[in-house]
Design a protein around this ligand. Structure first.
Ligand SMILES: [Zn+2]
Ligand SMILES: [Zn+2]
Length: 269
């Protein structure tokens, strides 16, 4: 064990000497800290502070098992190492002037900044829908997606718990997009922040919005905790990330969603 720890320290030291290795280790730190702060913070807030059923409507049928949290954290750290590798690749490619990331907002203007942010969310949602749906194919599920579903009902800790192959495929979207679309660093950070918060929200395990939400002209197009909890329970519906477009268009929208939204609301009232 001591030899193992020493070898690991030597590998980390050698990596720091290399620029790519330095980026990689720095990103592992940033991503892990982000995970514990956001997923951990929201978990603590909802599951310890305000878990009273009178205040929030639970989507869970049983209490959270300690082991499930531990498994999610382990897998999320493995995912962080892969996400960090891809982030280091993006920054190294930017250093070598190979990406389309641009440094000055004025180069394309404020309108483009906002438009590119929305475009990336729409593209990422489509990418996520199709790869997620493919991961549920019996031939791929065990290798790509079992880890995300193994703890059953999700908690915020599940939001970044991916098998290594899934983490790589998810990260490839951002790796690819920086070579295709001109993007400012602000846009990239805004996308990463939106993705983190939205993913944690989807795995919250509580519903906070009113029962009318899935009937609202805008609410019906947005994914949230009830929508994604149904995916974790039924597997064959709700593959989207942010928006319900693709699920509605390709018949993977659960016809009972609106009714279940109401049920989760009524359960604790
Ligand atoms: Zn999930
Ligand atoms: Zn899934």
């Amino acid at each position: 064990m001591q030899t193992y720890s020493r070898s690991l320290l030597i590998v980390i030291f050698l990596l720091i000497l290399d620029k790519f290795g330095f980026y990689w280790i720095a990103f592992v730190g940033i991503i892990v800290v982000r995970y514990f702060l956001i997923a951990g913070g929201i978990y603590w807030l909802f599951y310890s502070l305000i878990s009273s059923p009178r205040r929030v409507r639970t989507l869970r049928s049983r209490p959270v098992a300690r082991k499930a949290i531990q498994q999610d954290i382990e897998l999320s750290i493995v995912s962080a190492i892969i996400f960090a590798f891809c982030s280091a690749f993006i920054v190294s490619a930017y250093d070598s002037d190979m990406t389309r990331i641009y440094p000055a907002i004025g180069q394309y203007g404020g309108g483009y900044l906002v438009g590119s942010f929305i475009a990336v969310l729409l593209l990422q949602d489509a990418y996520f829908y199709f790869v997620h749906r493919a991961f549920h194919h019996p031939a791929l599920f065990k290798w790509f997606h079992w880890g995300h579903h193994r703890t059953g009902e999700p908690t915020p800790w599940t939001s970044f718990a991916f098998d290594p192959l899934e983490a790589l495929v998810q990260a490839l979207f951002l790796v690819g997009i920086v070579f295709i679309l001109p993007l400012h660093f602000v846009t990239l950070i805004a996308v990463l922040l939106t993705m983190t918060l939205w993913t944690v929200w989807n795995h919250l395990g509580f519903e906070l919005l009113p029962v009318s939400f899935p009937h609202h002209w805008l609410g019906k197009w947005l994914i949230g905790p009830t929508h994604h909890a149904i995916h974790h329970r039924k597997y064959r519906v709700h593959y989207g990330l942010y928006f319900t477009f693709w699920d509605r268009l390709l018949n993977t929208h659960d016809p009972n969603y609106e009714k279940e939204f109401g049920c989760s609301a009524n359960k604790n009232q």
